[in-house]
Design a protein around this ligand. Structure first.
Ligand SMILES: Nc1ncnc2c1ncn2[C@@H]1O[C@H](COP(=O)(O)OP(=O)(O)O)[C@@H](O)[C@H]1O
Ligand SMILES: [Mg+2]
Length: 288
């Protein structure tokens, strides 16, 4: 198990580097997602309260927190899929509340999402799954959509013959890659990934991490990744934000977070699983 970081290079994407998108002025620390004072609840239950978060342009942010603390709820709130009770959410400097329907659709074209349980549509093959967002947001010929789908399939390291396969014919890792290809269908600027490596074996998870890192660099993406996976946090995240007590209790580099003295952070980063990881005898890719 000490070799969990061995990567099958053939599975890595072959993509042509492009200039990162430059639709807004760029500064080093610019927050591409800025959340302030967010409150989200369901009935009597408050899940997130007075939550602040900044995700900077071009970074991979790892978002951690105990199970059921509201990581997916936060992701969905940013995407406008869960209603908030208070606070503001700005993406690309635009207050999402101020957008009309057209503005919101334009925003949706600029982010791609891999939901936690966001498997593919079982009745559609991989090519058709990738084309779902294209049909919804773009007006392209079938021929062009077929070419684009093949390009995305190649980008995520799947072979072209995966295009005509149905989800039931794919392994767990291939399903994740296909779902990632669908998230990339509209060439987004931001990628939201909700526990992308959960359910994968350690080698599959490490390969998926490297795929995300490669895509992030070559496509100039900003990545917001909810994860339980210590290996992912150490290997591909530029910064980490931690959710506890209904808010972001800390955000910073791994080194900065490791210095903090919060009980949850200590248990998480210095706990049994972390020590197994450090001793090389196990892997943080295991589920908590
Ligand atoms: N649509 C909903 N209605 C009511 N409660 C919800 C809803 N979605 C999530 N919750 C609750 O919010 C809490 C946080 O959930 P979630 O964000 O999925 O946790 P996690 O951090 O594991 O992703 C849980 O207690 C969950 O039951
Ligand atoms: Mg979740």
């Amino acid at each position: 198990m000490a070799e969990t970081r061995q990567i099958n290079k053939d599975l890595l994407p072959r993509v042509v580097p492009v200039e990162p998108p430059s639709r807004e002025p760029q500064t080093a620390d610019e927050a591409i997602i800025r959340v302030r004072g967010l409150q989200v609840g369901f009935g009597e239950k408050i899940i997130l309260d007075n939550l602040d978060l900044d995700v900077r342009r071009g970074e991979v942010m790892g978002f951690v927190g105990g199970s059921g603390t509201g990581k997916s709820v936060l992701t969905r709130a940013i995407l406008g899929l869960v209603q908030k009770r208070a606070g503001t959410i700005e993406v690309f400097g635009q207050d999402l509340d101020a957008l009309d329907r057209k503005g919101h659709r334009e925003m949706e074209r600029r982010w791609g999402v891999l939901f936690q349980h966001g498997a593919l549509f079982s009745g559609l093959n991989v090519r058709q799954n990738i084309q779902v967002p294209m049909r919804e947001y773009l007006d392209l010929s079938q021929e062009l959509m077929d070419e684009l789908a093949l390009l995305k399939i190649e980008m995520v390291g799947l072979s072209p013959d995966a295009a005509e396969k149905f989800p039931s014919e794919l392994s767990g890792g291939m399903i994740k890659r296909a779902a990632l290809a669908r998230a990339l269908a509209l060439d987004p600027d931001i990628l939201f990934l909700d526990e992308p490596t959960s359910g994968l074996d350690p080698i599959g998870a490490a390969e998926f991490d490297q795929l995300i890192a490669t895509l992030q660099k070559t496509l100039g993406l900003t990545v917001f990744m909810v994860t339980h996976d210590l290996d992912s946090l150490y290997s591909i995240c530029d910064r980490i934000a931690a959710l506890a007590e209904r808010k972001v209790i800390a955000a910073g580099s791994v080194a900065e977070i490791l210095k903090l003295d919060h009980p949850w952070l200590r248990a998480y980063f210095h706990g049994e699983r972390a020590q197994r990881r450090e001793s090389g005898g196990g892997t943080g890719h295991a589920r908590p």
